[in-house]
Design a protein around this ligand. Structure first.
Ligand code: MBD
Ligand code: FE
Length: 282
């Protein structure tokens, strides 16, 4: 049986507004960055812009097109989307440079803290008749020496089989396909969910305009998002991907790493996969 789709339409402006609001309430604190560093970074960034203009003889028409587009990014609420798609992967690369444990990757714009707490064997909330291939995702959270971390917290969120996220696309129950799973006394967890679909970033807003003006594509491969943490250890933010996805090699957000591609097995009625997480000491 397939789900009756909600009458509301997912628009860039609506999901952008939700992502902007989410960011404002969770993360938009004033960083205490010293003025020398602000000055250094702002100057270098502006110099890179000036260099691009000189190297390519950027015209007034092109400057005005850029100005109009930047104004649109704000009006469409797409700053979180723009930054997480085209910039965050490098911030993540720098931040995780010295970590020994499991690889992470970008968070993206659609994390929501405090998802419902579920036990170590959990079924993520779905709508009645939610479609998609059943997926059993299980594993163990350990330290870098392989010792299980009792009571580790595995937060998971992902798109549905149509590529939509609850709380960002309209008409989906609040915590659909989101959960906080507490691992058992050996750090083991089992999560029953449905495989997400490849994800197309919204194309009707400013980010979509850039993509079509540049002749790029808007696709991310299908992915599960996770945050995994345990007392005394560094939390990792990561994503896991499925083998054979057409966009594993050209993700618009550049967030795929070989270590993050799962190896699921077909089983009667769906797929199963094991993936373990090793966390560095805090
Ligand atoms: C997503 O689902 C996502 O994971 C990223 C990084 C950007 C846009 C949408
Ligand atoms: Fe995503």
């Amino acid at each position: 049986m397939s789900v009756e789709h909600a009458p509301e339409v997912a628009t860039a402006a609506a999901s952008g507004a939700n992502a902007t609001q989410r960011f404002a309430s969770d993360k938009a604190f004033a960083a205490s960055t010293p003025p020398e560093r602000v000055s250094l970074l702002a100057r270098e960034l502006l110099s890179a812009v000036h260099k691009t203009i000189r190297d390519h003889d950027v015209t007034y028409d092109e400057y005005n097109a850029l100005k109009a587009w930047l104004i649109n990014v704000g009006q469409d609420g797409e700053w979180p989307l723009f930054l997480d798609v085209w910039v965050e992967h490098v911030v993540e690369e720098v931040a995780s440079d010295t970590r020994e444990g499991s690889k992470g990757t970008i968070e993206g714009p659609y994390y929501v803290p405090d998802a419902p707490e579920l036990g170590s064997e959990a079924t993520l909330p779905t709508r009645e008749g939610e479609h998609g291939t059943p997926l059993l995702f299980q594993g163990q959270v350990t330290d870098v020496d392989g010792h299980g971390l009792a009571g580790a917290l595995v937060e998971i969120w992902h798109a549905d089989a149509d590529g939509f996220y609850s709380q960002f696309a309209p008409g989906i129950p609040e915590w659909n396909l989101r959960g906080s799973i507490t691992a058992d006394d050996q750090g083991r967890f089992k999560i029953h969910t449905l495989k997400p679909a490849p994800y197309q970033i919204p194309t009707d807003g400013a980010c979509g305009k850039l993509i079509s003006a540049a002749g790029w594509h808007p696709w991310r491969p299908a992915h599960l998002h996770l945050k995994v943490g345990a007392a005394g250890h560094q939390q990792i933010t990561t994503q896991l991907y499925f083998p054979g996805d057409a966009h594993n090699d050209d993700d618009v957000a550049d967030a795929v790493k070989p270590e993050l591609i799962l190896d699921p097995q077909d089983v009667p009625g769906g797929q199963e996969v094991v993936y373990n997480f090793a966390l560095d000491k805090a």
